[in-house]
Design a protein around this ligand. Structure first.
Ligand code: TRP
Ligand code: SF4
Length: 400
């Protein structure tokens, strides 16, 4: 089997904050050393909801990439690119739109949710309805196996699996599909091929999931079969057709442990965020002016950390001993709130210092980011082109 690719995208929102860092970005950084990873600026996705006010998409995309790099995303390990600079995404989106049932799109849970939430905009558009399909194209065009996303996006990955299955079912049965699959199985050697056929039968006739896994594992271990043969066998095994598009799995990103300054989810639009590039002075001021347990009106009033938005920050930045000190000091009015906040301030500043420093390198020389994205786009395009060749061929569009 070829290596499992990871793909994820983020809408260009400009400067990122600590919530992104503790949720998404640290996860991306961890994955980049384990898998070939592709991370991209989802600029077309931003237009599906913000077409009336696109703003400076290029600038906010580049700012966001500076923050990815500052957080430790490494362009020598991961491929970083911009969606709209790999126009093959649009071609695949168009071709998939031919087979995407309207009912499936209307039933995606984010569709109605967002329509209600963003009621100030006119989202009765074709682009907005089709946005999960655009996301499917983003994923399928790289044959990505893993898609790190937050909980709200899991239905989109599920939808993508269904689209891939439908595509493979419709177009994976080239002339002589079964004969070719049987011939491919023979190449595993007589003994393995026999075992494999038995496992396939067990799965297809009795729904034996264990047999499916073992049969897939057998294919995973094959080194002497061509990719075309392998995809035929994976597809034949699952009862679809040749596996032209790969069904991805969601890698659920844990919710960020980093709440906002008011205890709500950290978000730029709530005004409760610490940006990754906030100056130390601003960070200090933001934390010093954070609300605390409202019961502590005077320094001598005891408080309760469970009712204070500073407490969750201690869970991110303080060890056991420090947390015990907070509990004791707060509930007995032994410490003041500013005293209590100081270790959090120190923790945030220590975390942000190397991030700010790395960001500065990229801010000082904007061509660095441009070059990283240009390289990334090249690499992404090469991979996308390979898939599109197979997709065009499957749909009868390979002109020579
Ligand atoms: N839809 C995602 C969001 O709004 C961003 C996104 C676009 C994405 N394409 C993707 C995420 C592909 C993962 C994979 O957050
Ligand atoms: Fe919050 Fe700390 Fe003040 Fe207690 S002492 S109310 S935990 S800031």
């Amino acid at each position: 089997m070829y290596e499992s690719r990871v793909l994820s995208g983020m809408r260009p929102t400009g400067a990122l904050h600590l919530g992104h860092y503790h949720g998404v970005l640290r996860n991306w950084v961890r994955l980049q050393s384990e898998f070939p990873c592709l991370y991209f600026v989802a600029d077309w996705h931003a237009l599906t909801t913000d077409y009336q006010n696109p703003g400076d998409v290029q600038k906010s995309g580049q700012d966001m990439v500076v923050d990815w790099l500052a957080a430790g995303v490494d362009p020598s390990q991961a491929t970083l690119f911009v969606q709209s600079l790999v126009p093959e995404h649009a071609e695949l989106h168009l071709l998939l739109s031919m087979i995407a049932p309207l009912g499936w799109l209307e039933r995606v849970p984010t569709y109605k949710d967002q329509l209600e939430k963003l009621s100030d905009r006119d989202l009765a558009t074709y682009g907005f309805l089709g946005y999960p399909l655009l996301q499917s194209a983003d994923i399928l065009i790289y044959r990505a196996k893993y898609v790190p996303v937050g909980e709200d996006q899991v239905p989109h990955v599920e939808f993508t699996r269904e689209i891939a299955r439908r595509f493979n079912h419709l177009y994976g049965r080239d002339a002589g599909f079964e004969d070719k699959a049987k011939a491919a199985a023979k190449k595993m050697g007589a003994k393995k091929a026999r075992l494999w056929h038995e496992l396939r039968k067990k799965f297809l006739e009795q729904g034996d999931g264990e047999a499916l896994k073992r049969a897939q594992a057998l294919l995973d271990g094959q080194q002497n079969l061509s990719r075309g043969d392998l995809e035929r066998l994976y597809g034949w095994l699952e009862g679809t057709g040749k596996r032209i598009l790969v069904e991805p799995d969601a890698l659920l990103t844990e919710a960020s442990r980093m709440p906002g300054l008011d205890g709500q989810k950290m978000s730029k639009s709530y005004g409760n965020a610490i940006a990754l590039r906030d100056e130390p002075d601003a960070v200090t001021r933001k934390i010093r002016t954070m609300p605390t347990d409202p019961a502590r009106v005077k320094r001598s009033d005891p408080g309760n950390p469970d009712k204070c938005p500073v407490w969750p920050l201690h869970q991110v930045y303080s060890d056991q001993a420090r947390r015990a000190w907070v509990r004791e000091g707060c509930t007995t009015a032994g410490i003041g709130c500013l005293e209590c906040k100081q270790p959090v301030i120190d923790g945030v500043l220590a975390e942000l210092a190397p991030i700010r420093e790395r960001a500065q390198t990229y801010l000082d020389d904007p061509t660095l980011v441009k070059n990283i994205l240009a390289d990334g786009c090249d690499r992404a395009r090469r991979l996308a082109t390979e898939t599109m060749r197979d997709v065009r061929e499957a749909m009868g569009l390979l002109y020579s």
